[in-house]
Design a protein around this ligand. Sequence first.
Ligand SMILES: Cc1cc2nc3c(=O)[nH]c(=O)nc-3n(C[C@H](O)[C@H](O)[C@H](O)COP(=O)(O)O)c2cc1C
Length: 336
Amino acid sequence: MSGYSDWPMRAIARKLGAPYSICEVMIDSFVSTLKDRAKTRHHLLVTDNDHPVGAQLMGAAPDEFPSAARKLVEAGFDVIDINFGCPAKKASGRCRGGFHLGQPDVAIEILRRVRDAVPSETPVTVKMRRGLDETHQSRDNFFRIIESAFELGIAAVTVHARTVEQKYVGPSRWSFLKEVRQLFPNRTLLGSGDLFTAADCVRMLQETGVDGVTAARGSIGNPWIFSQAAALLRGEPMPPPPTVHEQREVICAHFRLAEQILPRDQVSKQLRKFCIHYSAWHPVAEAVRTAFIAVRNAHDWHQVIAREYAFEQPGRYPANPGNAGQTLEGSCVEPG
Ligand SMILES: Cc1cc2nc3c(=O)[nH]c(=O)nc-3n(C[C@H](O)[C@H](O)[C@H](O)COP(=O)(O)O)c2cc1C
């Protein structure tokens, strides 16, 4: 997730049970020209405890993908994922992301070029929306691309069951995932869209038959979603919400990890974004959320932690899971 699934978020998610993670989308030319400068180096950071991890690439021209894909493999990413889903104007206006769903020949060529460019043992995967829009043409394009993808040796396809036109408005059509599952019973399919709680993750698996689910907005400030979903899948009851001190431990660990990769002045700014969501687990969620919204610097941030997380008490399940996340839209911006 652009703006979120950086190295610290991935580290926290993995520590709390995420079996796989994918970094923020990166533009092919950005990767190819990336210099080993302190400011941008962290985009390619993969550490020993960060496996398996996928890197996601987005771009316009098939020619520009191969060198970027190879560079990501050299950096240590285990999987190369291609983005055919980003709905941001900035992406489609530059013929990237979801735009490719409207030009299947180019999309297929990109997949071919990336598959050929990286070692055969490196899985190449693709993330797609269910189409550009609701037209038959869009639907045909989707199926042409996914069929070719599997023929080309693409290891897995993640389907976000909204259209590009829909952006993030309206529900993700899970029945579409079921349909894709039925048409490709032996391929690896991952589902995306409207996974705000562990129960949502389990329900998508059960209702659609996909092999895996990809938590997105539902994992921001909620790294507990992974172990909770795993518990439910083992047939266990939903674990209790993390206590206030358990929350503090995770939030502070997140802050310390961010300190390792970001300039000083950006750490509290980045953590503020996450903490607005972390606050949903606090017994006085609204007040803590308001306090985090008011944070302007690291001093403010530490004060909120010291004041609101001082006393150990039980946490609370978020009152309206996904409510805050629903207003977030992926921007798929060019990092750096
Ligand atoms: C802030 C934000 C950033 C996103 N960035 C990416 C991205 O870089 N790559 C990607 O494939 N999808 C990205 N997405 C889309 C999500 O991966 C996911 O498909 C979408 O949010 C639907 O799932 P959800 O309804 O459970 O959030 C982003 C979404 C949001 C809200």
